[in-house]
Each structure stands twice: as C-alpha cells, then as structure tokens.
Design a protein around this ligand. Structure first.
Ligand code: NAD
Ligand code: UDP
Length: 287
C-alpha cells in the first residue's frame, strides 16, 4: 500500500527536500505551507507530480485540523516554523504560536488518524549551553525572555506537547533536534553564515568573519539530514535525538573553503561583538 506523508513547512528549505525524497521513495505527499519563509519556487518541480498535493494553509488554523483529521495519513512531519533569526524575530508572537499550536494541531491530527508524527526540533533547545557537545540528556540553558525565546521556548514547548500526547493519548510521536543544515534552496536572505559567505564570495566582496573566526559550528548537508529524519520516522524511536554532522569547523575555515570553492571573495574580520547570543558556543550533536 502506498504510504501517505503530510509535511508541514513543505515549501521551505528542508521541507522541500523532504517532500522530494518521500516522492522518490514512493510516498503520496501532502505539503502544507503558508509561504511565510518558504516559496512556490522551492516546490515547483513537484507541483505536477501525480502523488504530490499542496495546501496553502496555516498550521495553526482550525482549517488545518479539520482538513486532515479525516484523511488517511501514515506519517506527519512537522517542520512549519521560520528557522532563521531574521525571520523568526520579525514576527516573534507568530513564531511562538506556530511552534506551539502547530505542534498541537499535528498531534491532534495524528491522534485522529493514528499516524506516526515527528517534530523538527532544534539544537536551539539547548540555548546557550554550558555542556559541549550537547547530549540529548542535557536540559539546556535557555533565556525565556530574550529575543531568541520565541523560537527556543516555542520549540521546547512543542517537545513538551509531543511527550504529553504520548503519555496521555498514546500518540506515536517522536522528536528530533536538527543542528545547522545547509544545501540548495537555503534562503539567500536568511542571514546565516553559509549563505552570507557564499553570497559575498559570489559578488567578489568581503566575506565578513565576526571576531577572530575561531568559534566553531557543525554543518550538515540537507540530504544527510533528510535521510536521518526518514530513518527516525520509520523507527519506533521516541527521541529526542540530535541530527547533524558530528565534525566541527571554525568559521575562519569555513570562509577559506567557500572562497576557494567559489574562486572569488576576500576575508574581512569584523571585531565587533558576535551577533549571536550563543557566540562562543561550539555546536555539534553528541551522537
Ligand atoms: P524554512 O524557513 O525554510 O522552512 C519553514 C517553512 O515553514 C517555510 O516554508 C514557512 O513558510 C513555513 N511556515 C512557517 N510558519 C508557518 C505556519 N504558521 N503555517 C504553515 N507554514 C508555516 O526553514 P528550514 O530551514 O527549512 O527549517 C525547517 C524546520 O527545521 C523548522 O521547523 C526549523 O525550526 C527546523 N530546523 C532547521 C534548521 C536548519 O539549519 N535549517 C536547524 C534547526 C531546526
Ligand atoms: N557569522 C559570521 N559572519 C556572518 C554570519 C555569521 O562570522 O556573516 C558567525 C556568527 O557570528 C556565528 C557563526 O558564524 O559565530 C554562525 O552564525 P549563524 O548565525 O549562521 O548560526 P548560529 O549562531 O545560530 O549557530
């Protein structure tokens, strides 16, 4: 029997790759997105696919639960949420509500149709961690009232709902935590380091390194992330589980690689305060 997958945030960077791979694996795919940060361009190659359907819909709406609670669905992947600080901080209240109500609506649909439901959580649930690398058992160090809280706390509350729906309603729910991911269709304007560096290098301009560039991050290629997400969804694992690249780069090394690959661009060090509340943090999954 053909499996049916519902992907919220399906027109986003990660969501569009997930939809593509699910179709490749023979699933019928229903994508939902309100185009807040996603775009039709990301899924235009899928729109004519006979097993693909798209709903321009808000995951927080009653319409969402009403529409999908009577359909045959095997898997729900909840990815709807702006992921980059520029976008999630522009509409912080919507960001928080998208995480919390979106998670609740996905869980209600999963309960009604008895689907396996998985939540795209984030390394940001660890906040400004005092433990490196962060094992899943680490509960994090999050500021509940800062400018990143709408995202970090929204994702934490979504995780809470996933575990409470398991305990209270026996929903087949699981949580994975994504670490920095890159690849085709990353939004140009999302302000994060990989896209910033590539865009500057392509323009033969300054690739701006904040501070000395010795801060480290891990970067996972989107195909590997999607593979991990699918393995997780197909398992009986509950999580939370970290998904990402266990190897780290300094930001200076990243600039060198991008300038070499693009063949243009110059390093420029900006010795101002780092732009992140997690400035000195080493980010990588522990497993
Ligand atoms: P993205 O912004 O490209 O995708 C998010 C999608 O959700 C967009 O298409 C957006 O339009 C849609 N969306 C937002 N609010 C919505 C709403 N209320 N209703 C319906 N659709 C809505 O971001 P991404 O990088 O593809 O991230 C996908 C998921 O993975 C997010 O939940 C994000 O928190 C998580 N994540 C991503 C990364 C990363 O490095 N890309 C890291 C950690 C976690
Ligand atoms: N960074 C940088 N130049 C840029 C953008 C980011 O040097 O143009 C640095 C930033 O200060 C941080 C790291 O790269 O130390 C990763 O930043 P990003 O915003 O991509 O991710 P996050 O801090 O959320 O992991």
């Amino acid at each position: 029997m053909t499996k049916v997958s519902l992907v919220t945030g399906g027109a986003g960077f990660v969501g569009s790759h997930l939809c593509e791979e699910l179709l490749e694996r023979g699933h019928k795919v229903i994508a939902v997105d309100n185009y807040y940060t996603g775009s039709k361009r990301n899924i235009e190659n899928l729109l004519d696919h006979e097993k693909f359907s798209f709903y321009n819909m808000d995951v927080t709406s009653k319409l969402f639960t009403n529409t999908f609670s009577t359909m045959m669905i095997d898997y729900i992947f909840n990815l709807a949420c702006p992921a980059s600080p520029v976008h999630y901080q522009k509409e912080p209240i919507n960001t928080l509500m998208t995480s919390v109500l979106g998670a609740k609506n996905c869980l209600d649909v999963a309960k009604a149709v008895q689907a396996r439901v998985v939540q795209a959580s984030t390394s940001e649930v660890y906040g400004d961690p005092e433990v490196h690398p962060q094992p899943e058992s680490y509960n994090g160090n999050v500021n509940p009232i800062g400018p990143r809280a709408c995202y970090d706390e929204g994702k934490r509350a979504a995780e809470t709902l996933f575990f409470d729906y398991r305990r209270k309603h026996d929903v087949n729910a699981g949580v994975f935590r994504i670490f920095n991911t890159y690849g085709p269709r990353m939004a140009k304007n999302d302000g994060r380091v990989v896209s910033n560096f590539i865009i500057s290098a392509l323009a033969n301009a300054n690739v701006t390194i904040h501070g000395a560039g010795m801060q480290t991050r891990s970067f996972c290629y989107v195909d590997d992330l999607v593979d991990g997400m699918l393995k997780f969804a197909n398992s009986d694992q509950i999580g939370p589980i970290n998904l990402g690249n266990p190897g780290e780069f300094t930001i200076d090394e990243l600039a060198t690689i991008i300038i070499q690959k693009v063949g243009k661009g110059y390093k420029d060090r900006k010795s101002t305060r780092l732009n992140s509340s997690h400035s000195s943090v080493s980010r990588m999954p522990s497993s």
